[in-house]
Design a protein around this ligand. Structure first.
Ligand code: FES
Length: 231
């Protein structure tokens, strides 16, 4: 009985009631502040999305250097060969002219060539990694993986040696091998430029070709990374 009385007197203690009121008021205030923060964050996020959209609509975003740099496309003259590129002479009297499949004779010295973008006629001469050597062999001599990337025996190999990057510019018509003049690496043309002699660690990259109405046309990109081992 004494305890019940004491308990009742605590429940009706004015200071306790005041404390409860303060606590309730603080909780409501905190919730209001939290709601305000959530609302403010939402408005900021929405505004930011609208701002970015406006910039994109007006092309402003793409022109900003810190945005455009990572997505900037490589210029066409430096871009690696693309499907449907045409092949042109890279040097000599006919430099820049289109190369026909009929220009290549079986087992004759390879022809230095570059790909050309077919619509703009831009020759991809901005990188030596785009230069290839065109050579024709009897299709009966080609390994299956070589034949499938050729156009009726016409094959295109990167001219950059996989050893230290010299031009592979010599031809042995007895063995039908391409030879690097720097350290004498030899590449088996009939078998996807397999290394048969010298320090080159890897075969030359191959550029798949097709023939369209007598024209040599790139079928797809290089079969492997172009360049030498340190690149
Ligand atoms: S760079 Fe070709 S063999 Fe060394």
């Amino acid at each position: 009985m004494h305890r019940d009385h004491a308990s009742l007197s605590v429940e009706h203690d004015p200071s306790t009631t005041l404390w409860h009121l303060v606590l309730i008021e603080s909780t409501i205030s905190f919730r209001n502040k939290k709601n305000q923060i959530v609302m403010a964050t939402s408005i900021v996020n929405r505004s930011r999305r609208i701002f970015v959209k406006v910039l994109m609509d007006f092309g402003v975003l793409a022109s900003l250097p810190f945005v455009s740099r990572p997505i900037a496309a490589r210029p066409p003259e430096k871009t690696r060969p693309q499907a449907d590129d045409l092949m042109v002479y890279a040097e000599g009297d006919r430099k820049g002219q289109l190369i026909q499949a009929a220009d290549l004779q079986i087992n004759a010295k390879p022809i230095a060539a570059l790909p050309m973008e077919p619509v703009s006629s831009i020759i991809r001469a901005g990188s030596r990694l785009n230069k290839v050597m065109l050579v024709r062999l009897d299709t009966a001599r080609l390994s299956s993986k070589t034949a499938k990337h050729g156009a009726d025996g016409v094959l295109a190999y990167s001219s950059v040696c996989t050893h230290t990057g010299c031009d592979v510019n010599r031809w042995n018509d007895t063995t039908s091998r391409m030879v690097c003049s720097c350290h004498e690496s030899e590449f088996e043309v009939a078998d996807a430029a397999r290394v048969v002699k010298g320090p080159a660690p890897k075969p030359l990259a191959m550029l798949p070709l097709k023939e369209v109405e007598g024209q040599l046309v790139v079928k797809s990109g290089f079969t492997r990374r172009v360049g030498f081992q340190q690149m």
